[in-house]
Design a protein around this ligand. Structure first.
Ligand SMILES: [Zn+2]
Length: 93
């Protein structure tokens, strides 16, 4: 099993049956490959952070104001946020 395969499947396996054949292979690889083990570790930490701190509820008025500010910035500085083209590197969940 190669590192790339681990990266590909590790996400889908985190919440699934950890005794599936694929997952056992991933675990075996992780025990032998420090790179992937570190990757999974950081991934798990990120996920647990998301769970611990769910997206705070933003009141509608605040939401509106925020959008207004964003629109103002976009108008005042051409290509201000994101430079007109949408950024390819969206924040990963
Ligand atoms: Zn690896």
């Amino acid at each position: 099993m190669k590192c790339r395969e681990v990266y590909k499947y590790v996400c889908t396996n985190l919440d699934q049956n950890l005794n599936s054949a694929r997952c056992r292979r991933i675990k075996k690889h992780l025990s032998e490959c420090p790179d992937c083990a570190a990757y999974l570790d950081s991934l798990r930490k990120t996920i647990s952070l998301y769970r611990e701190y769910p997206t705070p509820h933003v009141p509608r008025s605040v939401h509106k104001r925020l959008f207004k500010v964003i629109h103002t910035i976009e108008k005042e500085s051409p290509g201000g946020l994101g430079g007109g083209t949408r950024s390819k590197s969206q924040t990963k969940k």
